[in-house]
Design a protein around this ligand. Structure first.
Ligand SMILES: [Zn+2]
Length: 399
């Protein structure tokens, strides 16, 4: 399969040629010093800003003088055709906020981000050409694309089919296919792990949701590597052998502004994502990783700003507090979700328990006092997925 990926596939799909060339470059740049990496970022940033008519950005510090942008500012962006020979490629985000967002990417940007992702996935021990399964929330590719993907080692399966019968079927497929890597949402892979009997753990790249809540179930079957990206800027950070989430700085600049992750996509020349607010809460961690890479380390993303809500006591309701509340009982909990009803001033914590009787011991007065809202705990059989396929930890319900 390695031969097919490296020799045949680039002929069938010319964009892969650039991806593989970039991958070889990024395999080297990952070992550069912090200042050398910053030089790469600076050069790319200045060029990108000039392209969009921003002339007063001369170094990385100047970036901080630019205003923050958000989805709303870029909603009606119309790209010029064929800028620098880069054709705009329409994209759409999964719409976790309930409103899908249409934007444009370009072929070079996609190749850079694909190469950075491949590099990040290889930190799990998987190598290009090795067998892998992607549990995707999009429709898996049909004939003849699926044949092409199989020859490159990849099998795509639909993660939105989450009934037990499918999970059992998928567990069989995993056993037979023997992948060296699995990708998927942590909530989905946790469900799958209940049906998997594995002798040795399969490396799994998780994305899209904070994996912390599912960790104990995931670890039964998988060696878990977290990753972080957005549709607007894929391939932002990947976990290394030492489970630190390293920023792929060759493709983006990550800043932390008031606890929120703000990203500059250094490769999109058809639509500017410069100081773009992600809505994700996280922070950059100082210090060096044992792996030797000087790529900066990001804390695991713990939630999204849009899942938060300001309570009557003025305190933001954040997933962190429910983590605290559930800490003692987490081994009895399969999963949970906090539903906030602003009009009734009620927080309802829906719990899928492993052991029902323990749930009566969970004391809710801590939450009630903290937020000045009435809290109740409801036992349920399952937590519903959003249309995006994700499960939200906090959901604001307006009637
Ligand atoms: Zn590392």
């Amino acid at each position: 399969m390695k031969f097919f990926v490296e020799k045949v596939a680039p002929i069938l799909k010319p964009s892969l040629k650039l991806t593989l060339r970039l991958l070889r470059v990024f395999e080297k740049t990952q070992w550069l010093s912090r200042s050398e990496l910053e030089e790469i970022q600076q050069e790319k940033l200045v060029k990108l800003c000039r392209h969009f008519g921003i002339r007063d950005v001369r170094d990385l510090d100047d970036l901080k003088t630019l205003p923050l942008t958000s989805k709303r500012d870029l909603m009606d962006w119309r790209p010029r055709n064929n800028v620098l020979g880069r054709k705009p490629i329409p994209q759409v985000t999964s719409g976790t906020t309930g409103e899908p967002f249409r934007f444009f990417s370009d072929s070079v940007e996609l190749a850079v981000k694909h190469a950075l992702a491949l590099r990040g996935w290889q930190w799990s021990g998987w190598r290009i050409g090795d067998k892998a399964i992607d549990f995707t929330i999009h429709d898996p590719p049909g004939f003849p694309k699926n044949i092409y993907h199989r020859l490159t080692g990849w099998l795509y399966l639909n993660a939105l089919r989450s009934r037990d019968v499918y999970r059992k079927q998928y567990a069989k497929v995993v056993r037979k296919f023997k992948p060296k890597l699995i990708r998927g949402y942590p909530s989905f892979l946790a469900e799958l792990s209940d049906f998997l009997e594995v002798n040795s753990k399969i490396p799994a790249i998780v994305h899209g949701e904070p994996p912390q809540l599912y960790m104990s179930r995931l670890l039964r079957a998988f060696k878990v590597y977290n990753s972080y990206g957005l549709s607007e800027c894929r391939a932002i950070a990947f976990e290394c052998e030492h489970y630190n989430l390293h920023v792929a700085v060759e493709g983006c600049i990550v800043e932390e502004v008031n606890g929120e992750i703000v990203v500059t996509n250094l490769d999109n020349y058809v639509q500017p994502f410069i100081r773009y607010r992600t809505g994700d809460l996280g922070k950059l961690i100082p210090g060096k990783c044992k792996c030797g890479r000087e790529l900066p380390v990001l804390s695991p993303i713990i939630g999204r700003t849009y899942e938060t809500y300001r309570s009557p006591t003025g305190r933001i309701i954040h997933p962190f507090y429910f983590g605290l509340l559930m800490e003692k009982y987490i081994k009895y909990v399969r999963e949970y979700q906090a539903l906030i009803y602003p009009e009734e001033n009620i927080i309802e914590i829906e719990v899928v328990p492993k052991q029902k009787h323990v749930m009566g011991k969970v004391k809710l007065d801590f939450i009630e006092k903290l937020f000045g809202m009435k809290a109740k705990l409801t036992i349920v059989d399952s937590i519903e997925r959003e249309v995006s396929g994700k499960k939200l930890l906090i959901k604001i319900v307006k009637r």
